[in-house]
Ligand binder design. Structure first.
Ligand code: ZN
Length: 185
């Protein structure tokens, strides 16, 4: 039988039985959840400023080991890990903090890692119009380590590879260069 869930709100399906909570929690947890929700919304809202450069800087800019925490939208359990981003500019740069902020922006809601990887690449690509961009995310999913298949130490690795990272010109191998930087940590 197919269960129709499309019209039901997920929030109407409590994860824990209400009776499990003590009185203090029953009274204050809804407010704490609301506060956390506001914090996530703030994280999603930031200005990605860019600046033009005169010099023809066309070397790779890499921001690696960006820690993040998100929630798997299938199981509402956390997944956490690190993101690595590299781009080769085409006359436009951004402040270094904009890349981790972009990762936080897309992590700050229930997510699917594969989609999040793509969204981060799309968002930066639209704003910087670089020659190429590559995003790699490595994360541990509680829905895999603490339940279901129960495998500790298992990571999921996803990537999004665009422009010259995907189709490099003769004599250039930015993908390899980027991966070697990640390995060095
Ligand atoms: Zn999951």
């Amino acid at each position: 039988m197919v269960v129709e869930m499309s019209d039901e709100k997920i929030v109407d399906k409590p994860f824990f039985d209400n009776d499990w909570f003590d009185e203090e929690s029953k009274e204050n947890t809804p407010r704490r959840i609301e506060g956390y929700k506001e914090e996530l919304e703030e994280r999603r809202d930031f200005k990605f400023t860019t600046f033009e450069i005169d010099e023809d800087y066309d070397e790779m800019v890499s921001i690696v080991n960006i820690d993040f925490m998100s929630f798997c939208s299938h199981h509402m359990l956390p997944f956490r890990g690190t993101a690595h981003v590299a781009y080769i500019p085409n006359g436009k740069l951004c402040g270094a903090s904009k890349i981790p902020r972009t990762v936080d922006k897309f992590a700050a809601r229930p997510q699917i890692q594969e989609v999040m990887t793509m969204e981060i690449a799309d968002y930066i690509e639209e704003r910087l119009e670089p020659r190429g961009i590559m995003v790699m995310i490595e994360a541990e999913h509680m829905c895999m380590t603490e339940r279901g298949v129960n495998k500790d130490n298992t990571s999921m690795i996803t990537s999004s590879i665009r422009g010259v990272f995907r189709n490099p010109p003769e004599g250039m191998n930015p993908r390899e260069e980027f991966l070697s930087m990640i390995d060095r940590r």
